[in-house]
Design a protein around this ligand. Structure first.
Ligand code: KIV
Ligand code: ZN
Length: 407
């Protein structure tokens, strides 16, 4: 059995669930090769944990988790995680799929809110309590690293939640994840929920507190930042915030929020206020590339005004703003475009652009094409450049996606 992960408490653990909860977004299905490409890029980005899928849900998901465990879950790489309901079959499938990984985690969950118990599970609180304990213990017999989630924690009775968490930790959970499954809570409420857990679950010091949240009211990132202030040390998130319904908390927003405002967050992590040490292990210069890759492969477009990675996130349109930025960028920019991997001087492609400029712009957009594909895409680009003065990133993406589909 591998050694359990011992994440340090003074850094925030980034748990990426793009390939599991993100892929649950309507229309975002990915094939195994695409999942592997994204998993490799997530490892370059520096995420601590990749939730690679839900192995029992389909043979395809099982195979994808297994492949990612083998190729990306190598020594020194991220922890590879598989989701499982609290059943023997689910947990065994997750353990089997994760076997090739150097470090693996089983993430098992059961709902705790009365509305889920009454209508979905048709079980009593006592039954849920004992299932949670038994199934965490079973998962623990298969791996040292077990995460437990009380689904719909945001709408659960806190007293019952405390009891379930205490039972899960006693049975061996090393991470307890608190999901706001339907994106219902507000930042103050979510922060208080995490504080309540810290103060009322007697064995909470034996586990990392994690948070997971959906964006139904557009509050997921704000909720997580409040959770960090109150003791959460793992954030579950997706690239571009994709996921069920309105999506999950967006990784790039959380990471840049912690990065840009580190002096604000440092004291909550017990650090000196002016510490420059990074708050996460993320290489922020990989953010833009990862965002483009996920958007291209899932087909989920990023809105132009999306924070951090939207096309307009670093664009200044009004005269007053342009004038200010030319005098000093800090007048209207709180972070620098290079910190997320954008080059300062964006190359504008046109009919005089050569193959190298074309290749390098595609790389920035997350496309690493083989020579043959690149040649074909370059011919298409030249044809278009003859008709248009400037070829935009949208045009380039359309050309490449067309070529990839035809290949
Ligand atoms: O939103 C949710 O509650 C989930 C759990 C499986 C963690 O995705
Ligand atoms: Zn979720």
């Amino acid at each position: 059995m591998e050694t359990p992960s011992q994440p340090s408490h003074d850094r925030i653990i980034i748990f990426d669930t793009t390939l599991r909860d993100g892929e649950q977004a309507p229309g975002a299905a990915l094939n195994i090769d695409e999942k592997l490409t994204i998993a490799r890029q997530l490892a370059r980005l520096g995420v601590d944990v990749i939730e690679a899928g839900f192995p029992y849900s389909s043979p395809g998901d099982f195979e994808a988790v297994q492949k990612i465990a083998e190729v990306v879950g190598v020594e020194g790489g991220p922890i590879i995680c598989g989701l499982a309901r609290t059943t023997h079959n689910d947990i065994k499938a997750a353990a089997d799929a994760l076997k090739p990984a150097a470090r693996s985690r089983i993430h098992t969950f059961i709902a705790t809110s009365d509305i889920h118990l009454q209508y979905k599970l048709k079980k009593s609180r006592a039954e849920v309590l004992s299932i949670a304990g038994e199934m965490v213990a079973y998962a623990k017999s298969l791996t040292n690293d077990v995460e437990f989630s009380p689904e719909d924690a945001g709408r659960s009775d806190p007293e019952f939640l405390y009891e379930v968490l205490e039972r899960a930790i006693a049975a061996g959970a090393t991470t307890v994840n608190i999901p706001d499954t339907v994106g219902y809570t507000t930042p103050a409420e979510f922060g208080a929920l995490i504080r309540g857990i810290k103060e009322n679950v007697p064995n909470i010091d034996q586990a990392i507190i994690s948070v997971h949240g959906h964006n139904d009211l557009g509050l997921a990132v704000a909720n997580f930042l409040e959770a960090v202030k109150n003791g959460a040390r793992q954030l579950e998130c997706t690239i571009n915030g994709i996921g069920e319904r309105a999506g999950n908390a967006a990784l790039e927003e959380l990471v840049m929020g912690l990065h840009v405002r580190r002096q604000y967050f440092n004291p909550f992590l017990g650090r000196p206020i002016d510490s420059e040490a990074p708050l996460t292990n993320i290489d922020t210069r990989q953010i833009y590339k990862t965002s483009r890759l996920v958007s291209n492969l899932t087909g989920m477009l990023v809105q132009p005004n999306k924070a951090i990675v939207g096309a307009n996130a670093f664009a200044h349109e009004s005269g007053i703003h342009q004038d200010g930025v030319l005098k000093n960028r800090l007048t209207y920019e709180i972070m620098d475009a290079q910190s997320i991997g954008l080059t300062d001087n964006q190359i504008v492609l046109g009919k005089l652009s050569g193959r190298n400029a074309f290749r390098s712009r595609l790389k920035e957009l997350g496309f690493d094409l083989a020579d043959q594909e690149l040649n074909k895409a370059f011919v298409r680009f030249k044809e278009l450049a003859d008709k248009k003065k400037e070829v935009t990133d949208w045009d380039l993406e359309a050309i490449v996606n067309d070529e990839i589909q035809q290949a």
